[in-house]
Design a protein around this ligand. Structure first.
Ligand code: HEC
Ligand code: HEC
Length: 336
């Protein structure tokens, strides 16, 4: 079983921190495909993972010392930033896009709504150096980390290095991110052959398979393609065209994972929809006839109010309570 990182020894209730009795590194859930990330150069170790976890929640990575990865990626919201269309970064600046839920990142062939980042090991450079997120530079962050005796000790433990390099910082964060595995939702139980859906969820799943699964496919709930799902005639955000410089890619965004989508509102690259009901209304009544509209959405989707409710019910089966409350993925006592 994936996710059992720590066995809490009940005979030692006096300990303040969870005691890592046995550490299980990366394990592929049986109903998932092979991960995209090749762990060969960076196998997940207990020390590397714990270090990545501490870094993820440490504002030391930002220029102001006030913003951490966890400021915009909150566990209780499936690691999204609930209720915020755009997240607040350094100096109260607002970013350009909505903070997405994070899960199953070791399976991602590309990152960001436009797929502009193609490797989990370089992913953190974007938020660290974005002027509206953490507003720093890798050089500055490395100076700050190297000035910290605590971090020098932890990097020594994890990677046996005397001075901290940016590569090792990225390795540690990649270890933490690749362990963010959401695979214990009701949807997963269904995929594992258990009969867990109620009648409404079953009806919703049928609708999902008919109209949504062509893009939000498989256990990962995405095929990672770039599609225009008809939000605007002319998208203000270039989307995939920002990377390819091809006007035909304007308004195409990476098909997002729907894991924990119930908790990660608001929705879409710009957080324009506050509720799942609004998302379904978009797909059923507001698809814009943009020239780049995905083929899969050319035929109108017509649903009754009851069918819409069933579909929303089904979408909540992606909620994974074990994932969002997993102690090993939460802020550790080391951060306090
Ligand atoms: C100020 C808020 C903010 C901070 C701080 C932040 N992020 Fe993000 N994160 C975002 C936003 C917004 C996006 C979406 C950007 C886009 O699509 O262009 C994002 C995207 C991502 C993605 C890609 C997800 C996907 O679906 O492709 C990952 C992974 C990620 N962040 C990890 C991190 C890590 C690791 C850190 C810390 C080093 C971090 N983030 C710091 C707001 C933030
Ligand atoms: C043609 C491919 C395609 C189809 C079919 C499709 N989607 Fe999407 N979906 C996308 C893309 C692309 C986005 C991201 C758009 C953006 O970021 O602005 C998205 C975004 C979403 C989101 C928002 C996720 C988030 O975290 O912001 C939800 C929810 C969603 N889709 C549900 C559905 C449902 C339900 C259906 C079926 C009725 C469906 N989708 C059909 C491509 C598709």
């Amino acid at each position: 079983m994936v996710g059992v990182l720590f066995l809490i020894s009940s005979c030692r209730p006096d300990k303040t921190e969870l005691q890592p009795v046995s550490f299980v590194g990366f394990e592929r859930p049986g109903h998932f495909p092979a991960p995209h990330y090749n762990f060969k150069n960076n196998p997940v170790t207990k020390d590397g993972f714990e270090l990545g976890r501490k870094l993820f929640y440490d504002p030391i990575l930002s220029a102001s010392g006030s913003i951490s990865c966890g400021s915009c990626h909150l566990p209780e919201a499936g690691f999204a930033d609930p209720g915020k269309a755009k997240s607040e970064g350094i100096d109260g600046l607002l970013g350009k896009r909505n903070s997405p839920a994070l899960a199953n990142l070791a399976w991602f062939p590309s990152f960001m709504a436009d797929g502009g980042i193609n490797h989990i090991e370089v992913m953190p450079i974007a938020p660290i150096t974005d002027s509206a997120e953490m507003g720093s530079s890798l050089a500055k962050t490395m100076l700050t980390l190297n000035a910290s005796p605590t971090y020098r000790k932890l990097f020594k433990q994890a990677f046996d290095v005397d001075s901290i390099s940016d590569q090792k910082l990225l390795f540690a964060l990649a270890q933490f991110m690749s362990m963010m595995i959401s695979s214990e939702s009701k949807f997963d139980e269904h995929l594992q052959g258990k009969n867990v859906f109620n009648e409404s969820e079953k009806r919703g799943y049928k609708i999902f398979q008919q109209h949504c699964v062509s893009c939000h496919s498989g256990a990962l709930t995405t095929d990672f393609s770039f599609k225009n799902n008809g939000l605007d005639i002319t998208s203000a955000d270039l989307g995939r065209a920002r990377i390819t410089q091809d006007e035909n890619d304007r308004g195409k965004f990476k098909v997002p994972s729907l894991r924990n989508v119930e908790l990660s509102y608001p929705y879409m690259h710009d957080g324009r929809f506050k509720t799942l009901d609004a998302v379904i209304d978009h797909y059923t009544t507001s698809i814009q006839p943009t020239p780049n509209l995905a083929e899969e959405l050319q035929e109108p989707i017509i649903l009754t109010n009851n069918e819409k409710q069933d579909l929303v019910k089904f979408l909540t089966t992606f909620t994974d309570y074990n994932y969002i409350t997993k102690p090993s993925l939460a802020k550790s006592k080391q951060n306090l």
